[in-house]
Write a protein that binds this ligand. Structure first.
Ligand SMILES: C[S@@+](CC[C@H](N)C(=O)[O-])C[C@H]1O[C@@H](n2cnc3c(N)ncnc32)[C@H](O)[C@@H]1O
Length: 245
């Protein structure tokens, strides 16, 4: 199906750094993603050798690679060719046969085959403004079987708008404190860029979007800083559980 002309260019919005092979080469060290907690969630959902997992905005694949040993098939989707090249190289090096890498975005990925048992997305959805997040959730719901799960982690703010300056100042200051670490993660300037140029939103705006798309929020974990949120959601069976009006 052709993407409508009024859809955004997802690659153009994906962040210049994610299109840059030299940034991507240092990404794993910088991000230091530990997929253990999300793997435990995946196992708790009862996923196994027949399960299909789609990782949207998979990046260099920390979760997708780890999930491959617990599931039948993992489809790692990312809009950035540089990120996908790094991920494909790892898949080849590890000899994994049950991961497919696909260049596509939240708004263009076309799922084929059996409905997914889990969609996972970490720190990628904030590249879309809220209108498009709502449409992305509709698309995610459409590829999941009823009762299947969405694990969503991102920079989604749980502080009140009136607390924004204070919460964000504290977050930026934490980047300054890490500046001397051997692996400092993201700098103050990068966090400022995130706030200025990307589309993190509030939990109270995002949650109705999830519900409208047919998800029930089963678990919500908020970071003490108010910056990060992780959701475990289930796709409602529309026949038995109509959407809230
Ligand atoms: C901060 S990285 C996170 C990567 C990985 N999920 C992780 O946790 O390490 C954000 C990723 O989202 C991808 N991305 C940005 N916009 C996207 C979109 N519209 N659709 C799919 N992926 C997107 C970027 O290319 C990048 O790989």
């Amino acid at each position: 199906m052709d993407t409508p002309k009024w859809y955004p260019d997802e690659l153009a919005r994906a962040g210049a750094e994610h299109r840059d092979p030299s940034y991507v080469a240092g990404y794993d060290r910088k991000a230091a993603v530990d997929p253990a907690e999300d793997l435990a969630l995946l196992r708790g959902l009862g996923l196994g050798a027949r399960s299909v997992v789609v990782d949207l905005g998979a990046g260099t694949g920390a979760f997708a690679l780890a999930a491959a040993s617990h599931c039948g098939q993992v489809i790692a989707v990312d809009v950035s060719p540089a990120m996908l090249a790094a991920l494909r190289a790892k898949v080849e090096r590890l000899g994994l046969r049950n991961i497919t890498c696909e260049q596509a975005g939240f708004l263009s990925y076309q799922h084929r085959g059996a409905p997914a048992d889990l969609v996972y997305s970490r720190n990628a959805l904030h590249h879309l403004p809220d209108f498009w997040k709502a449409l992305a959730f509709q698309r995610i719901a459409a590829i999941l079987r009823p009762g299947a799960a969405l694990i969503l982690r991102d920079l989604i703010f749980s502080f009140e708008p009136s607390e924004a300056a204070q919460s964000i100042d504290a977050w930026l200051a934490s980047a300054d404190q890490r500046a001397d670490d051997p692996n400092p993660g993201w700098s103050r300037a990068e966090l400022e860029e995130h706030l200025r140029d990307e589309y993190s939103t509030f939990t109270w705006l995002l949650e109705p979007m999830l519900e409208r798309a047919g998800f029930q929020i089963e678990e919500r974990r908020l970071s003490p800083s108010g910056i990060y949120t992780a959701y475990l959601c289930r796709k409602r069976d529309r026949a038995t559980q109509p959407l809230p009006q």
